[in-house]
Design a binder for this molecule. Structure first.
Ligand code: NAI
Ligand code: AKG
Length: 524
């Protein structure tokens, strides 16, 4: 049974994909309410109120997925989640239109004094001269951050015949042309805009993007909007620039601390504000709740989850192509881990043939998860495998090669330890499944599954018979057996599969049969 917590008033209707699951129980409430069995929660759905901190994650040891019903994930400690192997997903486009429309409404309200005029009329006043505003028509709107929301806002501004200048380091010339906007430098946007609005995520780079220095570059009488995240416009600097008359007014949907309490900006008449309402429409809330509920369900159904923040994005089609190799990668990681029983310094994976054109970084992560599974206590998956490798000081290599050794596709992994290295090569054969085709330089061909025994021995008459005898005497049925050697009379290998694991006592007997170099049980 999966235990799912929907916090932060996520729209109930959107939770339907989860409520319909027979093997799930959905709790509603806050993580700090004391009423939720946090230690049992497998999936946590949040908006922006819940802060998913390292401490909260410590109290949720069963947590596997955090889903943000919205865009910004700055309320989630992604690093801490990733380290624990917790997948983080968001709903990137469900509230785009709502937020763009809200920003537009804020802009119009600000320039036409609507909140102030409304309050005055409600106070039975009729002061028409006091609320003279400005047209949007012909004004230059500067948009910082031309992603989904910035682009939708630009379209609306164009419809109002505004000039749109934008700054986004990742905006291509072609996209700017398609949107009919002028792509400029940040400085140019600051200097030329009558109204500036920010639509970037809150990151180390964007925190205080508009600050004491950069605000000086703006036009006197500029209007500023922040419907993205508190802190992208430095709040203290903004208050000062409004008070000294440089900034004509500001519209804020977001604050560094929410709710902002008795905030200096709220005492200023030229500031209009809403309580983080950008995404607060029926449509957006249904969209984002449904998107994340579907993502969580998909995850529990063991299917690829789109919109993951800490895993490569993958469509269903791409996942279907990568799926067979994914299983092979996990098995190969596990095989090399069990065959080289010592600390390793380096793990290098080489892809060739058809697999090389797929999302190989995902396969490398899968291989690492297979490698670490039997080595460390922490639960390992594709999300945290690279972190774990880094923490252990293991160097990860990943490359594509033109040499697939005659196979349509091939994955090869070499692990280097303090004393020796070990290599395995695998391939996936259509209608035949995953095969391991080389172990430690020996050509072989076996299906990587179940209870395996990997024996390195001298290529001498009678070795195979003696191994068979020991197993037979101990009533162990050999399911399959493959042999490989490099040269006659040199070293050789056997890979046997069984219906049950081989006990320690039998392993000792096998090691004493003569001409055995090494024995390794492999459990896949
Ligand atoms: N007020 C509200 O209720 C809502 C607020 N938001 C906020 O709006 C932000 C933007 O949302 P979307 O447009 O959906 O995200 P997005 O990811 O589509 O767009 C963000 C854009 O910012 C650009 N960017 C990043 N760093 C930059 C920098 N230093 N300078 C200029 N541009 C930079 C990126 O290239 C990207 O194009 C979100 O991160 C979120 O914090 C989102 C939804 C609702
Ligand atoms: O959940 C909300 O209403 C906040 C939306 C938001 O800020 C976001 O999606 O980034």
């Amino acid at each position: 049974m999966y235990h799912i917590l929907a916090a932060d008033s996520i729209k109930e209707e959107g939770l339907l994909p989860l409520l319909e699951m027979e093997n799930a129980v959905v709790y509603r409430g806050q993580t700090d309410s004391g009423e939720i069995p946090l230690e049992r929660i497998d999936a946590l759905l949040v908006r922006s109120a819940t802060k998913v901190t390292n401490e909260l994650l410590d109290r949720m040891p069963s947590l596997k997925i955090v889903a943000r019903a919205g865009v910004g994930v700055d309320n989630i400690d992604i690093e801490a989640a990733t380290k624990r192997g917790i997948i983080v997903v968001n709903a990137p486009d469900g509230n785009t239109i709502s937020t763009a429309e809200h920003t537009f409404a804020m802009m119009a309200s600000l320039l036409r004094n609507i909140p102030h005029a409304y309050a005055s009329v409600k106070n039975y006043e009729w002061k028409r001269n006091q609320f003279i505003g400005s047209e949007l028509y012909g004004k230059t709107l500067g948009i910082v951050g031309m992603g989904r929301i910035g682009s939708e806002l630009a379209k609306r501004a164009k419809a109002f015949e505004m000039n749109v200048r934008v700054f986004d380091p990742f905006l291509t010339k072609e996209r700017a042309e398609n949107l009919g906007v002028i792509s400029s430098s940040f400085e140019d946007v600051l200097k030329s805009s009558d109204i500036i609005t920010v639509h970037t995520p809150l990151t180390k780079e964007t925190k205080g993007l508009l600050n004491w220095e950069t605000l000086k570059l703006t036009k006197k009488g500029v209007y500023l909007l922040n419907c993205a995240r508190g802190g992208i416009i430095d709040e203290e600097a903004l208050a000062e620039f409004i008070e000294n008359g440089h900034v004509a007014g500001a519209a804020l949907d977001v604050f560094v601390t929410e709710p902002p309490g008795d905030h200096p900006l709220l005492r200023l008449d030229k500031v209009i504000a809403t309580p983080h309402l950008g995404a607060s429409t029926r449509e957006a809330q249904l969209n984002v709740a449904t998107q994340v509920a579907k993502a969580v369900r998909t995850y529990f159904e063991d299917k690829p989850v789109s919109n993951s923040i800490n895993l490569p994005a993958m469509s269903r089609d791409i996942y279907e192509k990568i799926r067979p190799f994914h299983q092979l990668a996990v098995q190969m990681g596990s095989i090399v881990s069990q065959c080289l029983k010592e600390g390793v310094n380096e793990i290098s994976v080489t892809y060739s043939g058809t697999v090389a054109s797929l999302e190989i970084s995902y396969l490398t992560k899968a291989l690492l998860s297979g490698f670490f599974k039997n080595r460390i206590d922490t639960s390992v998956n594709e999300v945290n495998a690279v972190h774990i490798a880094k923490d252990l000081g293991i160097v990860i290599g990943e490359k594509v090669s033109g040499n697939s050794s005659g196979y349509a596709n091939s994955m090869s992994v070499t692990v280097k330890g303090d004393n020796r290295a070990f290599t395995a090569r695998g391939t996936y054969i259509e209608h035949y499944g995953p095969r391991i085709v080389n172990l430690d330089g020996f050509n072989i061909d076996f299906h990587p599954e179940g209870n395996l025994l990997y024996i390195q021995h001298m290529d001498r008459p009678g070795v195979i018979g003696r191994v068979g005898n020991v197993l037979g005497e101990n009533k162990i049925n050999i399911a399959t057996m493959q042999v490989g050697r490099k040269e006659v009379g040199g070293e050789a290998i056997m890979v046997l599969t069984f219906d049950r694991p081989i006990e320690d006592a039998i392993m000792s007997k096998l090691s004493e049969t003569g001409d055995i170099v090494s024995l390794n049980r492999i459990l896949l």
